[in-house]
Ligand binder design. Sequence first.
Ligand code: ZN
Length: 253
Amino acid sequence: MATPLTPDRLLAILKAEGVKTAEYPGWRTRERDDETGKPFGPVHMILNHHTAGRDSLAVVAKNGVAGLPGPLAHIHLAKSGLATMCSAGRANHAGLMAKNAYDSFNTESSTHPAPSKASGTVDGNDVSYGIETENLGNGTDVYPRAQYDAWVRINAAFCRAYGWSAESCGCHKETSIEGKVDPLGPVEGYGTRGKFSYTGKQFRADVAERLKHPASWLPPVTLPAPLPGPVPKPTTEERLSALERRVTELEKK
Ligand SMILES: [Zn+2]
């Protein structure tokens, strides 16, 4: 049974995976289970989002937005890579998922079809952990390396805790029947890779790679090339011999 993790266990799996964590005041008991009468779980996947805004922690953790009470995710991931715990219960992040898309994550299929409302719907807030990653979502705002690395770690931590594969890690745009587009945007880099565009497929490949290693794994990074040292000045002897060679060349002409 994929029972929701307790607050302490949530924190423990993230710390084991090398994620920097913080706790939003009241997060341990803030959820939408009582208010909706729909208990959270069993859980079967992780759903990744971008916040489409700045300084969104209080909105995600507590305040919510008009028509959508908080918490709006289980974890808020800042640009610095700091993961702030927002809820361990039901959170308003997923909306309705297309059943065909949800099934592909639940069964850990290697392919994920475009969400089709005609296939039926599932209440995503029943079955998924939500990660809100801070980014404007305008297609140019960059996910810094530290943020993307933490994002991979968070997803891997859930996969490890439940014995899931990386194919359990979905994106809102991959399940939504409301035309959600998140997450999207450029990533500064990851491991030995330079700048690239966020895609669910690449993200899952990065989580899968991480899962081959222990939770303490550090992805290899490309070190910047050493700065060129000062170029030594030629000695007087070297300058004279160069001059002689030049004179000899001119004399041959
Ligand atoms: Zn979203």
